[in-house]
Design a protein around this ligand. Sequence first.
Ligand SMILES: [Zn+2]
Ligand SMILES: [Zn+2]
Ligand SMILES: [Zn+2]
Length: 145
Amino acid sequence: MEKFIDRLRENGLKVTPKRKAIIKALFEAHRFLSPEDVYAAVKKTFKKASFPSVYNNLETMLKVGILHKIDRPDRRLYYGLCRSGLKHHHHVVCIGCGKISEVAHCPLPHGRTVNGFEVVEHFLQMEGVCPDCRKKARGKSVSEK
Ligand SMILES: [Zn+2]
Ligand SMILES: [Zn+2]
Ligand SMILES: [Zn+2]
């Protein structure tokens, strides 16, 4: 968790107790959380915390790459800690438990022209089933038989 707090400093952000609490909530969850989930966790320590202040802190940490926004088919917003310090990378999200993993290898070519468009940026999020969830699923199907 210290690593993420160091990254606040590296990016010139103040290490406030609230930012620490947000990082802690996401760190301990080991999965992506909605702003409401983060707010509920922060509230346990900071009874007077307001939702807009938690949301603003999430957005600030997102801008400097400490957090990542995760898209879900439910169209709600989620945030997760970004473990990678790499500028360009992607994430694979477990549809079972919400775990996020960093993918350093980018499968898409950069600086290429597609349909006459010179591609300057792309956003890609992969979804899958993590090893733990696959193990659980296998265990279940065996015991059900
Ligand atoms: Zn990341
Ligand atoms: Zn999983
Ligand atoms: Zn890429």
